[in-house]
Design a protein. Structure first.
Length: 201
């Protein structure tokens, strides 16, 4: 069995899906959400022709967690989404609080804030590297547009080489390559806004 582990930078996937499958300037915010398990299964199936022994063993989702400075609708949507994901087999959610910067002021005090993910890429990189060191996967599929993850991929390859074991080369979906993969027709089936709008998936 070839163990496939998917590492999903959710914010990157969300914005990439909005660009490929819709129009970010006019689509509602629910457009672009992805079902992590369906994505993981599809990515595993796409490599089955070359390796029929592939099996999805883990999907880890990395996402910033909105706090009190975010709109309450965003907080409740995040909670519903994470609850839905945690009920999926093989799916683990890893999050860190968003860091907020003031973008508008009123009477000398901040009146509007913008949340920004901080530490998500570091968390993801650590998991990729430690997963390789601890032999938790044979192939890592990294869904991100963050080139800062390249050193983690190099560490994973070095860990496999030093152990003397043959490990499948990680597939890094970075930048333009990620957009090409997201445009592949079957991937339209992994879109998901149900976890934001209702209990069904």
């Amino acid at each position: 069995m070839t163990r496939i582990a998917v590492f999903l930078d959710y914010q990157n996937a969300y914005h990439g899906a909005r660009e490929v499958f819709g129009d970010p300037s006019t689509d509602p915010p629910t457009m672009g959400h992805v079902n992590p398990l369906r994505l993981g299964l599809l990515l595993t199936q796409l490599g089955a022709e070359g390796d029929p022994n592939r099996e999805l063993t883990a999907v880890t989702v990395y996402r910033g967690r909105p706090g009190a400075k975010s709109h309450r609708n965003l907080q409740s949507a995040f909670d519903r989404q994470v609850t839905a994901w945690q009920q999926m087999p093989l799916v683990t959610v890893r999050s860190r609080p968003l860091r907020y910067q003031p973008i508008a002021w009123s009477q000398g005090a901040p009146s509007e804030w913008r949340g920004q993910e901080k530490g998500i890429d570091v968390l993801m990189a650590i998991d990729i590297a430690l997963g390789a060191r601890d032999d938790r996967y044979d192939v890592a599929v990294i869904v991100s547009a963050d080139t800062d993850l390249v050193p983690a991929i190099e560490v994973a390859l070095d860990a496999a080489a030093s152990s003397g074991e043959k490990m499948g080369a990680p597939l890094a979906l970075i930048g333009g390559a990620f957009m090409v993969i997201m445009g592949y027709p079957p991937l339209a089936g992994i879109m998901d806004s149900a976890s934001l709008t209702g209990p069904g998936l």
